[in-house]
Write a protein that binds this ligand. Structure first.
Ligand code: ATR
Length: 280
Protein backbone atom coordinates (compact mmCIF):
# COMPACT_ATOMS: atom_id res chain seq x y z
CA UNK A 1 0.00 0.00 0.00
CA UNK A 2 1.22 3.49 -0.76
CA UNK A 3 2.17 5.60 2.23
CA UNK A 4 0.52 8.99 2.40
CA UNK A 5 2.05 12.22 3.74
CA UNK A 6 1.22 15.88 3.16
CA UNK A 7 0.98 19.48 4.21
CA UNK A 8 -2.11 21.44 5.26
CA UNK A 9 -2.43 25.21 4.84
CA UNK A 10 -4.26 28.10 3.20
CA UNK A 11 -2.89 29.13 0.73
CA UNK A 12 -0.95 26.00 -0.16
CA UNK A 13 -0.34 26.06 -3.94
CA UNK A 14 2.97 27.94 -3.53
CA UNK A 15 4.39 25.47 -0.97
CA UNK A 16 7.65 23.83 -1.98
CA UNK A 17 7.26 21.06 0.59
CA UNK A 18 5.51 18.62 -1.82
CA UNK A 19 8.31 18.94 -4.37
CA UNK A 20 11.01 18.51 -1.72
CA UNK A 21 9.36 15.57 0.08
CA UNK A 22 8.33 13.72 -3.08
CA UNK A 23 11.94 13.99 -4.27
CA UNK A 24 13.22 12.26 -1.12
CA UNK A 25 10.40 9.73 -1.11
CA UNK A 26 11.57 8.61 -4.54
CA UNK A 27 15.29 8.94 -3.71
CA UNK A 28 14.77 6.53 -0.81
CA UNK A 29 12.61 4.20 -2.95
CA UNK A 30 9.60 4.50 -0.65
CA UNK A 31 6.20 3.70 -2.07
CA UNK A 32 4.47 6.88 -1.07
CA UNK A 33 3.26 10.34 -1.91
CA UNK A 34 3.22 13.78 -0.22
CA UNK A 35 0.14 15.85 -1.05
CA UNK A 36 -0.64 19.58 -0.58
CA UNK A 37 -4.04 19.79 1.17
CA UNK A 38 -5.79 23.16 0.82
CA UNK A 39 -7.61 23.44 4.15
CA UNK A 40 -9.55 26.57 5.13
CA UNK A 41 -9.64 27.72 8.78
CA UNK A 42 -13.28 26.71 9.20
CA UNK A 43 -12.55 23.18 7.99
CA UNK A 44 -9.52 22.44 10.17
CA UNK A 45 -11.25 20.22 12.74
CA UNK A 46 -12.98 18.04 10.17
CA UNK A 47 -9.78 17.91 8.10
CA UNK A 48 -7.82 16.53 11.06
CA UNK A 49 -10.45 13.83 11.55
CA UNK A 50 -10.17 13.13 7.83
CA UNK A 51 -6.37 12.78 8.01
CA UNK A 52 -6.86 10.14 10.71
CA UNK A 53 -9.62 8.32 8.85
CA UNK A 54 -7.65 8.26 5.60
CA UNK A 55 -4.57 6.84 7.29
CA UNK A 56 -2.22 9.73 6.53
CA UNK A 57 1.02 8.78 8.33
CA UNK A 58 2.32 12.26 8.87
CA UNK A 59 1.83 15.80 7.69
CA UNK A 60 3.25 19.29 7.93
CA UNK A 61 1.20 22.26 9.07
CA UNK A 62 1.59 25.76 7.71
CA UNK A 63 -0.13 29.16 7.85
CA UNK A 64 -2.81 29.69 9.24
CA UNK A 65 -3.11 26.44 11.21
CA UNK A 66 0.16 26.17 13.18
CA UNK A 67 -1.39 27.49 16.41
CA UNK A 68 -5.04 26.48 16.06
CA UNK A 69 -4.20 22.81 15.50
CA UNK A 70 -2.83 22.27 19.04
CA UNK A 71 -6.15 21.49 20.82
CA UNK A 72 -7.18 19.16 17.97
CA UNK A 73 -4.24 16.78 18.46
CA UNK A 74 -4.04 13.81 20.85
CA UNK A 75 -0.65 14.86 22.22
CA UNK A 76 1.75 17.78 21.75
CA UNK A 77 5.49 17.54 22.36
CA UNK A 78 6.68 19.87 25.21
CA UNK A 79 8.85 22.08 22.95
CA UNK A 80 5.97 22.59 20.48
CA UNK A 81 3.68 23.34 23.43
CA UNK A 82 6.12 25.97 24.75
CA UNK A 83 6.40 27.52 21.27
CA UNK A 84 2.62 27.33 20.93
CA UNK A 85 2.85 26.11 17.34
CA UNK A 86 3.02 22.76 15.52
CA UNK A 87 4.54 22.33 12.07
CA UNK A 88 4.75 18.52 12.02
CA UNK A 89 2.18 15.87 12.94
CA UNK A 90 3.07 12.19 13.34
CA UNK A 91 0.53 9.40 13.45
CA UNK A 92 1.25 6.80 16.12
CA UNK A 93 -1.39 4.08 16.16
CA UNK A 94 -4.67 5.96 16.43
CA UNK A 95 -3.10 9.10 17.86
CA UNK A 96 -1.84 12.25 16.19
CA UNK A 97 1.20 13.78 17.92
CA UNK A 98 2.30 17.39 17.25
CA UNK A 99 5.91 18.59 17.04
CA UNK A 100 7.70 21.74 16.02
CA UNK A 101 10.80 21.13 13.88
CA UNK A 102 11.25 24.78 12.79
CA UNK A 103 13.64 25.77 15.59
CA UNK A 104 15.64 22.55 15.60
CA UNK A 105 15.70 22.65 11.79
CA UNK A 106 17.13 26.14 12.05
CA UNK A 107 19.82 24.94 14.47
CA UNK A 108 20.76 21.90 12.31
CA UNK A 109 21.06 24.17 9.29
CA UNK A 110 23.62 26.52 10.84
CA UNK A 111 26.82 26.61 8.80
CA UNK A 112 28.76 27.97 11.74
CA UNK A 113 28.43 26.51 15.24
CA UNK A 114 26.64 28.75 17.71
CA UNK A 115 27.86 28.09 21.26
CA UNK A 116 26.58 29.11 24.67
CA UNK A 117 29.19 31.88 25.07
CA UNK A 118 27.95 33.59 21.93
CA UNK A 119 25.93 36.75 22.22
CA UNK A 120 22.89 36.39 19.96
CA UNK A 121 20.43 38.99 18.65
CA UNK A 122 17.10 37.89 17.21
CA UNK A 123 15.28 40.43 15.02
CA UNK A 124 11.49 39.96 15.23
CA UNK A 125 9.16 38.44 17.79
CA UNK A 126 6.61 36.51 15.73
CA UNK A 127 6.02 32.78 15.45
CA UNK A 128 9.25 32.02 13.60
CA UNK A 129 11.31 33.99 16.14
CA UNK A 130 9.68 32.10 19.01
CA UNK A 131 10.49 28.69 17.50
CA UNK A 132 14.12 29.76 17.04
CA UNK A 133 14.59 31.47 20.43
CA UNK A 134 12.97 28.66 22.45
CA UNK A 135 14.86 25.94 20.55
CA UNK A 136 18.19 27.75 21.05
CA UNK A 137 17.41 28.23 24.77
CA UNK A 138 16.42 24.55 25.01
CA UNK A 139 19.94 23.72 23.73
CA UNK A 140 21.59 25.91 26.40
CA UNK A 141 22.19 29.06 24.31
CA UNK A 142 21.10 31.66 26.87
CA UNK A 143 22.51 35.04 25.81
CA UNK A 144 19.74 36.03 23.43
CA UNK A 145 18.47 39.60 23.07
CA UNK A 146 15.32 40.15 21.03
CA UNK A 147 14.57 43.32 19.07
CA UNK A 148 11.15 44.00 17.66
CA UNK A 149 9.06 46.89 16.30
CA UNK A 150 6.65 46.15 19.17
CA UNK A 151 9.07 45.78 22.11
CA UNK A 152 6.37 44.38 24.43
CA UNK A 153 6.13 41.26 22.26
CA UNK A 154 9.88 40.68 22.65
CA UNK A 155 9.57 41.16 26.43
CA UNK A 156 6.71 38.70 26.62
CA UNK A 157 8.64 36.12 24.62
CA UNK A 158 11.62 36.39 26.96
CA UNK A 159 9.41 36.19 30.07
CA UNK A 160 7.44 33.17 28.90
CA UNK A 161 10.42 31.13 27.75
CA UNK A 162 10.41 27.88 29.78
CA UNK A 163 14.21 27.49 29.39
CA UNK A 164 16.88 29.73 31.03
CA UNK A 165 17.50 32.96 29.10
CA UNK A 166 19.64 35.98 29.99
CA UNK A 167 18.46 38.31 27.24
CA UNK A 168 16.92 41.76 26.96
CA UNK A 169 14.12 43.15 24.81
CA UNK A 170 15.26 46.10 22.67
CA UNK A 171 13.68 48.58 20.30
CA UNK A 172 14.87 48.37 16.68
CA UNK A 173 16.55 51.79 17.08
CA UNK A 174 18.58 50.74 20.14
CA UNK A 175 19.54 47.37 18.64
CA UNK A 176 20.65 49.07 15.42
CA UNK A 177 23.12 51.21 17.39
CA UNK A 178 24.68 48.25 19.18
CA UNK A 179 25.01 45.57 16.52
CA UNK A 180 28.75 45.31 17.26
CA UNK A 181 27.91 43.54 20.55
CA UNK A 182 26.66 40.42 18.81
CA UNK A 183 28.41 37.29 17.54
CA UNK A 184 25.27 36.02 15.84
CA UNK A 185 22.32 38.01 14.43
CA UNK A 186 19.18 36.21 13.21
CA UNK A 187 16.61 38.08 11.09
CA UNK A 188 13.20 36.36 11.47
CA UNK A 189 10.67 38.87 10.09
CA UNK A 190 9.23 38.70 6.59
CA UNK A 191 10.66 42.14 5.75
CA UNK A 192 12.77 41.88 2.59
CA UNK A 193 10.90 38.89 1.20
CA UNK A 194 10.05 38.82 -2.50
CA UNK A 195 8.61 41.09 -3.98
CA UNK A 196 9.57 43.69 -1.31
CA UNK A 197 13.26 43.09 -1.81
CA UNK A 198 14.31 46.69 -1.13
CA UNK A 199 12.98 46.58 2.45
CA UNK A 200 14.88 45.78 5.61
CA UNK A 201 13.82 45.82 9.29
CA UNK A 202 16.95 47.84 10.20
CA UNK A 203 20.22 49.19 8.90
CA UNK A 204 23.07 46.75 9.28
CA UNK A 205 26.25 48.60 10.25
CA UNK A 206 29.21 48.32 12.60
CA UNK A 207 29.13 44.57 12.87
CA UNK A 208 31.66 42.60 14.88
CA UNK A 209 34.45 41.41 12.58
CA UNK A 210 33.64 37.73 13.10
CA UNK A 211 29.85 38.19 13.08
CA UNK A 212 27.63 35.45 11.66
CA UNK A 213 24.38 36.80 10.17
CA UNK A 214 21.39 34.61 9.28
CA UNK A 215 18.18 35.63 7.55
CA UNK A 216 15.38 33.04 7.52
CA UNK A 217 14.15 34.36 4.16
CA UNK A 218 15.35 32.37 1.12
CA UNK A 219 13.49 34.15 -1.69
CA UNK A 220 15.36 36.31 -2.63
CA UNK A 221 18.47 34.26 -1.88
CA UNK A 222 20.09 37.35 -0.42
CA UNK A 223 17.91 39.96 1.30
CA UNK A 224 18.99 43.57 1.64
CA UNK A 225 19.77 42.73 5.29
CA UNK A 226 22.19 39.96 4.23
CA UNK A 227 23.69 42.04 1.41
CA UNK A 228 24.61 44.79 3.86
CA UNK A 229 26.10 42.26 6.27
CA UNK A 230 28.13 40.54 3.55
CA UNK A 231 29.49 43.87 2.31
CA UNK A 232 30.94 44.34 5.79
CA UNK A 233 32.74 41.02 5.64
CA UNK A 234 30.35 39.00 7.83
CA UNK A 235 29.67 35.32 7.19
CA UNK A 236 26.05 35.14 6.01
CA UNK A 237 23.46 32.41 5.59
CA UNK A 238 19.94 32.54 4.16
CA UNK A 239 16.83 30.59 5.18
CA UNK A 240 16.98 27.77 2.65
CA UNK A 241 18.84 25.53 5.09
CA UNK A 242 16.18 26.06 7.76
CA UNK A 243 13.41 25.16 5.32
CA UNK A 244 15.24 22.02 4.21
CA UNK A 245 16.19 20.90 7.72
CA UNK A 246 12.73 21.40 9.25
CA UNK A 247 11.47 19.16 6.44
CA UNK A 248 14.25 16.62 6.96
CA UNK A 249 13.45 16.36 10.69
CA UNK A 250 9.76 15.86 9.90
CA UNK A 251 10.58 13.18 7.31
CA UNK A 252 12.78 11.39 9.84
CA UNK A 253 9.97 11.40 12.41
CA UNK A 254 7.57 9.84 9.89
CA UNK A 255 9.87 7.26 8.32
CA UNK A 256 12.92 6.80 10.59
CA UNK A 257 15.07 7.75 7.58
CA UNK A 258 17.56 10.64 7.73
CA UNK A 259 17.12 12.07 4.26
CA UNK A 260 19.78 13.53 2.01
CA UNK A 261 19.51 17.25 2.78
CA UNK A 262 21.84 18.21 -0.09
CA UNK A 263 19.42 16.63 -2.53
CA UNK A 264 16.46 18.37 -0.87
CA UNK A 265 18.25 21.70 -1.11
CA UNK A 266 19.10 21.16 -4.75
CA UNK A 267 15.49 20.38 -5.66
CA UNK A 268 14.27 23.61 -4.06
CA UNK A 269 17.10 25.63 -5.63
CA UNK A 270 16.24 24.26 -9.06
CA UNK A 271 12.64 25.28 -8.55
CA UNK A 272 13.66 28.77 -7.42
CA UNK A 273 15.88 28.94 -10.50
CA UNK A 274 18.73 30.38 -8.54
CA UNK A 275 22.03 29.57 -6.98
CA UNK A 276 23.10 29.45 -3.37
CA UNK A 277 25.46 32.40 -3.39
CA UNK A 278 24.02 33.93 -0.22
CA UNK A 279 25.65 31.25 1.91
CA UNK A 280 29.29 32.17 2.06
P1 ATR B 1 5.87 34.77 11.59
O1 ATR B 1 4.97 33.77 12.25
O2 ATR B 1 6.19 34.47 10.16
O3 ATR B 1 7.10 35.05 12.40
P2 ATR B 1 4.35 37.02 12.54
O4 ATR B 1 4.01 36.26 13.76
O5 ATR B 1 3.27 37.78 11.86
O6 ATR B 1 5.01 36.10 11.45
O7 ATR B 1 5.56 38.04 12.93
C1 ATR B 1 6.04 38.95 12.04
C2 ATR B 1 7.25 39.70 12.64
O8 ATR B 1 7.64 40.68 11.69
C3 ATR B 1 6.96 40.45 13.92
O9 ATR B 1 8.13 40.51 14.70
C4 ATR B 1 6.58 41.85 13.39
O10 ATR B 1 6.74 42.92 14.30
P3 ATR B 1 5.52 43.34 15.29
O11 ATR B 1 5.50 42.32 16.37
O12 ATR B 1 5.88 44.70 15.76
O13 ATR B 1 4.27 43.33 14.44
C5 ATR B 1 7.58 41.98 12.29
N1 ATR B 1 7.17 42.99 11.32
C6 ATR B 1 6.14 42.91 10.45
N2 ATR B 1 6.08 44.02 9.68
C7 ATR B 1 7.10 44.84 10.09
C8 ATR B 1 7.60 46.12 9.67
N3 ATR B 1 7.02 46.80 8.66
N4 ATR B 1 8.68 46.61 10.30
C9 ATR B 1 9.29 45.95 11.31
N5 ATR B 1 8.88 44.72 11.73
C10 ATR B 1 7.81 44.18 11.14
Amino acid sequence: MNRLFGVIGDPIAHSMSPLMHNAIISAHHLKGYYHPFHIKRKDLEVAIKGMKALGVEGFNVTIPHKESILPLLDKVDPLAKAIGAVNTVVREGDSLIGYNTDGDGFISSLEKTVCNEDSVLVVGAGGAAKAIVYSLANKGIAHIDITNRTVEKAEEMLQKCPFPLKGKALSLEIAEKHLNRYDVIIQTTSIGMHPYIEESPMEVRQLKKSAFIVDIIYNPSETKFLQEARKQGAQVQNGLGMFVHQGALAFEKWTGIQPNTMKMKQVVLNQLGGNDNANR
